[in-house]
Design a protein around this ligand. Sequence first.
Ligand code: HEC
Ligand code: HEC
Ligand code: HEC
Ligand code: HEC
Length: 190
Amino acid sequence: MKKLITGLTAVMFIMAFWAATQADAAEYNGAKKCKACHIKQFKSWEQTKMAKSFEQLKPGVSADAKKKANLDPAKDYTTDANCLKCHTTGYGKPGGFKSIADTPDLANVQCESCHGPGSEYNKLMKENKEFKTADAKKAGLIIPSEDEKGCLSCHGGDSPFTEKVDAKYKFDFKDRLKKSHEHFPMKYTH
Ligand code: HEC
Ligand code: HEC
Ligand code: HEC
Ligand code: HEC
């Protein structure tokens, strides 16, 4: 009996380790991959400012907002690591944005900024349409409404556009979830 329990513990440990490394190994693939299967969400997201957030780093764009935040409106911020970490997808992480020349498809705030790097759950969704959400989460999928911290990594204190420049600014999590993109009923029960 003791042997069996030790054996089971070992198997569970290996499985947990495997799940952890699987999510850790996940890389950013870009919104084009998701678009192939989630065209409705893609089209809705495309209408948001997130889909153009890289533009904000160009000289002359949103000059008044930049002045208010003590940024230089004439400066080109498109290579500034400090801005890129929030205005691109997966900056500095495996498979993530490097530069506009090397990784143009990862500019802007895309699906994986909220849903997590997709290389592993993309495979799962491709192979098994009726997958369980728990399995997708093990493969790195984030259900954004479960994690406000994920949003606050960009919408929080390090952003130049918070209550520091606008006293009335507030990140309203519930309202923002609604505005992430339009939501559509799913076909399968996950
Ligand atoms: C910690 C993340 C973060 C960093 C770092 C960051 N931004 Fe942003 N930026 C945001 C978020 C989030 C918004 C949108 C604000 C909102 O809607 O909550 C934003 C909005 C903007 C806007 C639009 C503001 C408006 O009112 O229209 C500009 C311009 C901008 N950022 C430029 C920059 C520049 C230039 C840098 C680098 C100096 C930078 N940002 C660094 C997160 C960040
Ligand atoms: C990688 C950084 C990053 C993360 C993570 C992030 N955002 Fe954002 N978000 C931004 C930036 C930058 C903008 C501003 C885009 C602009 O004004 O150009 C923005 C804008 C938005 C907008 C406004 C869109 C519009 O058209 O007005 C909504 C809504 C939003 N984010 C919701 C969320 C929610 C909800 C989460 C968490 C689930 C989240 N964001 C996580 C960076 C991020
Ligand atoms: C600003 C954060 C954010 C971004 C960016 C985002 N999503 Fe979502 N997504 C959500 C939220 C919030 C939900 C609802 C699930 C929950 O968290 O409760 C969701 C749900 C979904 C669902 C489930 C069905 C549905 O319509 O609700 C799919 C599929 C999906 N997203 C795909 C995408 C794709 C594809 C992209 C990029 C084109 C994307 N998402 C970008 C926040 C985001
Ligand atoms: C090969 C097709 C395919 C690709 C690629 C794909 N998905 Fe999916 N995804 C699916 C299918 C199928 C479902 C289940 C849909 C249903 O039940 O109607 C799903 C479900 C989801 C859900 C809901 C999960 C749940 O259990 O609530 C989210 C969120 C999601 N996908 C996000 C993404 C994102 C983000 C990307 C890109 C990084 C992506 N998907 C890439 C096919 C795909």
